[in-house]
Design a protein around this ligand. Sequence first.
Ligand code: APR
Length: 183
Amino acid sequence: MKKLQFNQTTLHVVKGDITRCEVDAVVNAANESLLGGGGVDGAIHRAAGPELLAACRTLDGCRTGDAKLTPGFRLKAAHVIHTVGPVWRGGMHGEADLLASCYQKSLELAEAHGIRTLAFPAISTGIYGYPLEQATAIAVGTVLKYLENQPESDITEITFVCFDDATVYAYEQAFEEFERGTD
Ligand code: APR
């Protein structure tokens, strides 16, 4: 699968199940209650076991665009970064900024906790209905902007984990767009 090197950080696009990623932290596309749901949220809670829900209950929810940290419990990943993406409502309700904030806050939280490898799902592009190409451009663009602004970042690997071929294609297109821009 495609990868991109940015300073000392390698960005990867892979197709697979994020619950199987052997990284320091997996990012969960949660809802504001943090009490579980369908999609990747449901998969992460199933794989992490009931202690994850118990830990989430102590967090008092999470606002859209923000991110909170828990252990990974039975996951291979030591941590879960729970973030809440915007529901797509046509694009005129601050959705782009809120989605960018999910990636920015997740990276800041990872950095603050010495997390060096993390995996993102395609936040908001499932149940929340965010158009895939727009969401992918925001995901890759926000991560690259973070790394540009944090040249001393300790994060060594960021993996975009895609659950289907269309999402893989969208991320690979976003990587190629960046590479074209740097030629
Ligand atoms: N691994 C990786 N990606 C996955 C997995 C998985 N196991 N399961 C689903 N996905 C993908 C979806 O195919 C989609 O590309 O994650 C992306 C995000 O989709 P959702 O999980 O539906 O998340 P989102 O669109 O952000 O909606 C969040 O859904 O599950 C509920 O509680 C959650 O209410 C919240 C809403």
